[in-house]
Write a protein that binds this ligand. Sequence first.
Ligand SMILES: O=C1O[C@H](COP(=O)(O)O)[C@@H](O)[C@H](O)[C@H]1O
Length: 247
Amino acid sequence: MSDIHVEVHPDTATLVTKAAERFVATVVAAQKERGSASVVLTGGGTGIGLLEKVRENPGDIDWRAIDIFWGDERFLPAGDPERNDVQARAALLDHVDVDPDRVHTMPVADGIYENDPEAAAVAYAQVLGAHADGRQVPVFDVHLLGMGGEGHVNSLFPDTDAVREEHRFVVAVTDSPKPPPVRVTLTLPAVRHADEVWLVVSGDAKAEAVAAAIAGAPPVEIPASGARGLSATRWLLDTSAASLLPN
Ligand SMILES: O=C1O[C@H](COP(=O)(O)O)[C@@H](O)[C@H](O)[C@H]1O
């Protein structure tokens, strides 16, 4: 399993700025090496904050040469402001020259999968497979993750079938403890296809779960603990979120 790297920044603003700089550098390096990059976005405060910072300083990213996926989505109608893709578009994607065919949003609740998040999950797994060079899931350059105070990542909540999933790469969640209840999420086996997994976390409400995850708590209890990249797992924290880590 890859090494865990921990980086601590003085406050949330610095955290998202530095995480955005790292994101730009990683995408540019992948594009130089292979001609294109593949990333997984996340929702939540730090995930969207990072995208706003990328918009301010996009560096040399070639927006036509990047595949964009989502780690989870709230299964809501198209355009709903609670959807992660809507927030990501407002923060970044509507302001850069992305190739719409390479922006792989999760299905909406008022489309062909109306009232059927399971079918939406199957459909998104097929999208992953279609961009995976013969595998079932692409090797993402970066999978961004936020983390909830109880340790959830994507829509993988503690002690749920979704976090226990070992075979499927995308599943539906119909009873999320955090609203909205119906979601579609990549599972831990899918997250582990990323070359690098970054957990961008701020605030002292997250400190306990951060410490438990880094100490290796069982993923069923602290889902973030099971989010590991192939080459690296990076915890990008502010001092509050890092406050319960051993020195
Ligand atoms: O519901 C969700 O929560 C997590 C964490 O959000 P945060 O605001 O506490 O950072 C987020 O990463 C996930 O994408 C989202 O659907």
